[in-house]
Design a protein around this ligand. Structure first.
Ligand SMILES: Nc1ncnc2c1ncn2[C@@H]1O[C@H](COP(=O)(O)OP(=O)(O)OP(=O)(O)O)[C@@H](O)[C@H]1O
Ligand SMILES: [Mg+2]
Length: 236
């Protein structure tokens, strides 16, 4: 890994995430794509950042790096007080499980498990006691207005309800940072607005930070801050 020597980030525990001088280059055969360049982004605990940019601007790449799915070509990434830049794959797996919540556009619920079981799956790989995990899942389902649907399979839920299950799942392990990739893109305007409002209230009540990737300027008023990204460069 190639980490720039000139940057010596200091870990600030009031920050949920701090990206400094992040660069990401994808190499495919002869060609190179600079997906991110000189990205500096600090997110205080509890802040909701909307990351807005056109297709191909680097949004998913930035979230993947903040979530420890991809490693940067250069720069430093500190999330939840952990400098993850030099982590081994094994350390990154633990980091993703314990420190990050992910809500992907495709939602990715397990189709043959009920809403409640989809939340409990997170804990199968976590370390919470079984009864504590069930209580946590039920509490989240209730907050998200899904108590009545906890025994439904994803195929028996509406798009918005599936989104809410995915939000609940992302919150099961009390993450420092939740990454939302286009959470409203498959929803109509009213439902998209509702889901963003829900994301906001769920994050605020826990003082959990979030990055919300979106093309959708209609939902950015729910964020505390909007950061624009064009050709891999941030523009606040
Ligand atoms: N695995 C990869 N290999 C090579 N190039 C990639 C890879 N992933 C992304 N890219 C390129 O990096 C750039 C940024 O892609 P990224 O997926 O981060 O954009 P995005 O803003 O999330 O786009 P969208 O809104 O369409 O999801 C694009 O030019 C893309 O083609
Ligand atoms: Mg994307």
């Amino acid at each position: 890994m190639n980490v720039t020597g000139s940057i010596t980030p200091t870990s600030d525990t009031t920050l949920a995430a701090q990206l400094t001088g992040v660069r990401k280059v994808y190499r495919m055969g002869e060609s190179e794509t600079v997906a991110l360049d000189r990205v500096d982004l600090s997110i205080p605990a509890g802040e909701i950042v909307a990351l807005v940019g056109p297709s191909g601007s680097g949004k998913s790449t930035l979230c993947s790096i903040a979530g420890g799915i991809l490693t940067p070509s250069a720069g430093s990434v500190i999330v939840g007080g952990q400098e993850i830049t030099g982590y081994t794959p094994r350390q990154l797996t633990a980091f993703r499980r314990e420190t990050i919540g992910f809500v992907f556009q495709s939602v990715n619920l397990v189709p043959f498990l009920t809403a409640r079981e989809n939340l409990l799956v997170v804990d199968e790989i976590g370390r919470r006691h079984r009864s504590a995990a069930r209580a946590r899942a039920d509490e989240l389902l209730e907050e998200l207005g899904l108590s009545e649907h906890s025994r439904h399979l994803p195929g028996e839920l509406s798009g918005g309800q599936r989104q809410r299950v995915a939000i609940g799942r992302a919150l099961m392990n009390d993450p420092a940072l939740v990454l939302f990739d286009e959470p409203t893109s498959s929803l109509d305007t009213a439902l998209g607005d509702h889901v963003m409002g829900l994301i906001r209230s769920e994050m605020k009540v826990r003082n959990t930070a979030a990055i919300v990737d979106t093309h959708d300027e209609r939902v950015t008023h729910h964020a505390d801050r909007t950061v624009h990204i064009i050709d891999g460069v941030l523009n606040a």
